[in-house]
Design a protein around this ligand. Structure first.
Ligand code: OGA
Ligand code: MN
Length: 287
């Protein structure tokens, strides 16, 4: 007789609106299906989940990514590998400021990044992103996560009414982390999506525009759209809707790009930061 015993774990909320730590799971071991469902539910409830103290191989990271959907394709195979790595499994990319022959070995190498949703400039953006920390600087390089649900629910009705049912245009040039670098550049990709997105798992609406990539509202002149968008960004980035993650080596974070945005604080360029990253493919066009 087989008895399904769900692996026990604790879910500890990290802020009022977003973020929870999952304690008591070692992701080198495969949880049973019921446990995976419970983790998925905790993720839907908290938008961002942290698995602290992990010691993951690349295979472990790929397997854990699969608990949340289909593995996204690798967009940037590296030319150089950090110490201890001679190859990367398909689907894993590096986020790192480490340089070999003067070139960063990973994507998004340096410093501060504005709030954004990963791949919002694509027709079907990534559902989720996982980031696993291998090396971290002594200070900074924190990742901030903002709840798009909380921002939507509390948005000034006058602003919300003018944007409800509208679509926004997103523009992104790979590698840029500040709007100044992004705007006016040749688009890596450009796309329009609803300003407020309905989440296909929860049915809740979330703010789905961001300061880094959103450049306008469809069929609205910039003189009108810019103040509206700026009002939404200022609101959505308020501290009360944000959880700031201070990394420890061995943290695995999973975030939901459908209902949250994220940003990064600056960190010393003289110190190494290395993360392994995977994504989960989106399943629907945002609606
Ligand atoms: C990303 C990202 C933030 C960070 O990988 O999409 O935004 O803290 N990373 O490196
Ligand atoms: Mn990102």
């Amino acid at each position: 007789m087989t008895v399904m015993t769900r692996t026990k774990f604790d879910v500890v909320a990290l802020s009022k609106h977003i973020g929870a730590e999952i304690r008591g799971l070692d992701l080198r071991e495969k949880p049973d299906d019921e446990t995976v469902r419970a983790i998925y539910q905790a993720w839907l409830d908290h938008l961002v989940i942290v698995f602290p103290g992990q010691k993951l191989s690349q295979e472990d990271l790929i397997r854990a990514t699969g608990y949340f959907g289909e593995l996204g394709e690798l967009s940037r195979p590296p030319k150089y590998f950090p110490k201890g790595y001679s190859s990367l499994l398909p689907g894993i990319m590096l986020i790192s400021n480490i340089r070999e022959n003067g070139e960063p070995i990973g994507a998004l190498p340096d410093g501060e990044m504005m709030f954004h949703h990963d791949m919002i400039h694509a027709e079907v953006p990534s559902k989720a992103t996982l980031l696993y920390s291998v090396e971290i600087p002594s200070t900074g390089g924190n990742t901030l996560f903002a709840s798009g649900y909380a921002a939507y629910d509390t948005l000034d009705p006058a602003v919300r009414e003018r944007l409800e049912g509208r679509r926004a245009t997103h523009h992104y040039n790979y590698g840029s982390t500040q709007k100044g670098d992004n705007r006016g550049t040749v688009a890596f990709a450009e796309c329009t999506h609803p300003v407020f997105r309905t989440h296909e798992d929860t049915g809740r609406k979330a703010v789905y525009v961001n300061r880094l990539m959103t450049v306008g509202i469809l069929d609205m002149p910039p003189a009108q759209s810019e103040p509206l968008l700026n009002a939404v960004f200022d609101h959505a980035e308020k501290r009360e809707f944000v959880y700031e993650h201070v990394w420890r080596v061995g943290d695995l974070l999973l975030w939901d790009n459908r209902c949250s945005s994220h940003a990064r604080t600056d960190f010393p360029s003289s110190e190494r930061r290395l993360m392994l990253r995977t994504t989960v493919k989106g399943t629907v066009r945002p609606y």
